[in-house]
Design a protein around this ligand. Structure first.
Ligand SMILES: Nc1nc2c(ncn2[C@@H]2O[C@H](COP(=O)(O)OP(=O)(O)O)[C@@H](O)[C@H]2O)c(=O)[nH]1
Ligand SMILES: [Mg+2]
Length: 683
């Protein structure tokens, strides 16, 4: 890899909804680039990007898969991501370490929940995108409608490849940048009957590119055309600045349109050298310089049967070398690399160095986890860590055979290490182990892996609902006081807090408004700590408090008796008192639910969703299947999988994922409070 320059090093992801063809497209890209000897197939169980048995069995991607390869003098890393909402978080984490992505959409069904969710995520993270409209060979494919649907989603698509799709089916594409046609036979003339449509689409492309750049626009208005070089260069800038999302199309399983997409991925998406610079925790840019001290982020952890635990990292700056010492800057832990490997699906290829933009794996690091940042022992900038999404559904689990508990706990610990969106905890009141994941399937697959890798069987019990608590009005100037000045060491701290509701999902915010040293500067963080600690258990039923802005407006201190402990407790008492005065309520998680069923079941299923307090948002026919979208409180959906099976004789399917928190109705609140009180009485 050392011969490839940083500006010829690219890493990008394939993202989109489950089942639309990402893995198949990845296989086609790898095969056309000569990185694999044969075209892998998901349906045939030969995909190089499927790395674990559960993926082959379900014919669906469950964990992101990384493949590094060389192509046309460039070093590329392709990351195939899961589309299913249970596993999408894995793709989001990987995107935190990449430079761009290809958003795949099926021409037969258009953008779906998974497409939209990944698109929004890329928007929020400012990740440059190309779109690939796949499955153009399917009978119901509709290129124009799919482009329109991308527009409706809020994207700014511009067509760069037009399908050659006539009565005999899909044959290839017209590349509007080079005004040439590509079919299975190779490059050819643009078919006569498409000439007018191609000229029209080309004019739209030129116009869209011109509008993104003042100098180009001026030239375009004066001369009425732009040169090929102008358009190509303009499109590069517009893509990287995320002003335009260039749209390509093809059919992954027959490798049509794939070469043009590969060229676009390496020309339009930024290389490691010309992406937006990485930032340190202090917001300083970090240049992709192979000669600087090493700085890297860990995007994945893999438990490998032979190699042990692998930490997969992307080099941001500097050069990683085998047998060298590094520092985990997240945990302030010394680590040592042994050999370094490029991942090629399930295979590993040893390398002797890795520079900016390269993604490699190191085995058996001591205490390094997904999301961490690592670097040279001296002089490494501390990069921002990759945020890890938190799971939403918790199941109480127990070992099937008594005496296996320790083994279950230890083995689950290994799986949690590999998948940071899983969480293993213990419920204080009952002592039960709780396994938390992104959805029911996520937890069930984890249980399957547990059995396969470690031979332990566990039982899943009814999941717990992660309720939250918040406030509904402002409470001003509430005192939090700790005063203990009789006998022993004195303790004195007073703070005055004003709390107010924040919009849903914004969490807790602390605002320091202390003036004139009413609380000494050095002790204000203690107040903040106390407030955060008190937010862990709300006054109604002990669930975490969320979405509150806390202003610390005044306080009192004592020259001798004030200390950290005193102010931490004062902050904590103040918060509890303020929340009580601000009319606290219980929030319940509401899920986005998509149910697919044969037409005749629609009435029953809609009625059932309403009885679960669900709000049906749409019901659409897709062929003989009816797809219902609804929002339903999580507490009503805990055993939906088996209930749907019995209602439809196994002919229904559903997806569900967290949408938002909503105030729970009073009968639910009362029940949850009563349960919490019963739990406390027992515990
Ligand atoms: N006809 C057709 N089938 C496709 C195409 N791409 C993928 N498929 C099929 O769709 C199914 C799901 O594809 P997969 O690549 O696993 O989708 P992913 O979940 O997005 O990774 C597989 O059975 C593929 O063979 C395509 O372009 N045309
Ligand atoms: Mg896949």
């Amino acid at each position: 890899m050392k011969d490839v320059k940083v500006n010829d090093t690219h890493c990008f992801a394939l993202i989109g909804h489950a089942g639309d063809g990402k893995t198949s497209l990845g296989e086609a890209l790898l095969h056309r680039a000569g990185a694999t000897a044969s075209l892998g197939s998901v349906a045939g169980g030969t995909a190089h990007l499927s790395t674990i048995p559960e993926e082959k069995e379900r014919q669906s991607t469950l964990t992101s898969s990384i493949f590094g390869f060389d192509h046309s003098g460039k070093h590329l890393t392709l990351v195939d991501t899961p589309g299913d909402s249970n596993f999408q978080a894995d793709g989001r984490i990987a995107l935190g370490a990449l430079d761009g992505a290809i958003l795949l959409v099926s021409a037969a069904s258009g953008p779906k929940v998974g497409t939209q969710r990944m698109w929004h995520f890329c928007q929020s993270q400012e990740i440059p995108l190309l779109a690939f409209i796949n499955a153009m060979d399917k009978e119901r494919s509709d290129f124009a409608a799919t482009v329109d649907a991308l527009k409706d989603m809020g994207a700014n698509p511009v067509i760069v490849a037009l399908p050659i799709d006539d009565a005999d089916g899909f044959k290839g594409i017209v590349d509007l940048l080079h005004m040439s046609a590509m079919t299975a036979a190779g490059e050819t003339e643009i078919p006569g009957e498409l000439a007018a449509a191609a000229a029209d689409a080309r004019a739209q492309l030129v116009e869209a590119v011109a509008e993104c750049d003042d100098a180009l626009l001026e030239k375009y208005l004066e001369e009425g055309e732009l040169t090929d070089a102008d358009v190509a260069q303009g499109l590069v800038l517009a893509t990287r600045a995320r002003r335009l999302m260039p749209v390509y199309c093809g059919a992954a399983t027959s490798e049509l349109g794939v070469d043009t997409l590969m060229q676009a991925a390496t020309e339009l998406l930024p290389s490691a050298a010309d992406r937006e610079p990485w930032k340190t925790v202090d917001g300083e840019p970090v240049a992709a310089d192979p000669d600087a001290p090493l700085a890297a982020v860990v995007l994945k952890t893999v438990i490998d049967r032979y190699a042990g635990t692998l930490s997969v990292f992307r080099v941001v700056s500097g050069t990683a070398r085998p047998d060298s010492s590094v520092l985990n800057l997240t945990r302030d832990q010394k680590e040592r690399f042994g050999k370094l490997h490029v991942l090629r699906g399930a295979e590993h290829l040893e390398v002797d160095s890795a520079g900016p933009g390269d993604i490699v794996a190191a085995a058996k690091l001591k205490n390094t986890h997904t999301g961490d940042v690592i670097g040279a022992e001296k002089g490494a900038p501390k990069l921002r860590e990759i945020p890890i999404p938190q799971g939403v559904i918790s199941y109480a689990i127990s070992a099937k055979s008594k005496g296996d508990e320790d083994k279950v706990y230890a083995s689950l610990g290994r799986l949690v290490e590999e998948d940071p969106t899983l969480h293993l905890g213990r419920e204080a009141s009952t002592g039960e182990f709780l396994l938390t994941g992104m959805g029911e399937l996520h937890v069930r697959i984890t249980v399957q892996k547990l059995q396969r890798l470690f031979g332990v069987d566990v039982e899943l019990k009814r999941p717990k609902v992660p309720y939250r608590e918040t406030i509904t009005r402002r409470a001003e100037n509430v005192e939090g006081k700790l005063k203990k000045q009789t006998g022993g060491k004195g303790m004195f701290g007073v703070c005055y807090l004003t709390v107010e509701p924040k919009p849903r999902g914004e969490g807790i915010e602390f605002v320091d408004e202390i003036k004139g040293g009413a609380i000494p500067r050095s002790l204000i963080p203690a107040v903040e700590k106390g407030i955060y600690a008190a937010c862990e258990a709300g006054p109604l039923a002990g669930y975490p408090i969320v979405d509150v802005r806390v202003h610390c407006i005044d306080g009192k201190h004592h020259a001798v008796d004030s200390n950290e402990m005193a102010f931490k407790l004062a902050g904590s008492f103040g918060l509890k008192a303020a929340v009580q005065k601000a009319k606290p309520i219980l929030l319940e998680p509401v899920m986005d639910v998509e149910v697919s069923i044969p037409g005749p079941f629609v009435g029953d299923i809609m009625g059932d969703l309403s009885s679960r307090r669900g709000r049906v948002q749409s019901s659409e026919a897709k062929g003989s299947t009816q797809v219902i979208q609804a929002q339903v409180p999580m507490s009503e959906m805990l055993e939906y999988a088996s209930q749907l099976t019995s209602m439809t004789g196994g002919q229904g399917e559903f997806h569900m994922e967290f949408s938002h928190y909503d105030e729970s109705p009073s009968h639910v609140t009362e029940k949850v409070i009563a349960e919490a009180q019963a739990g406390r009485a027992e515990g």
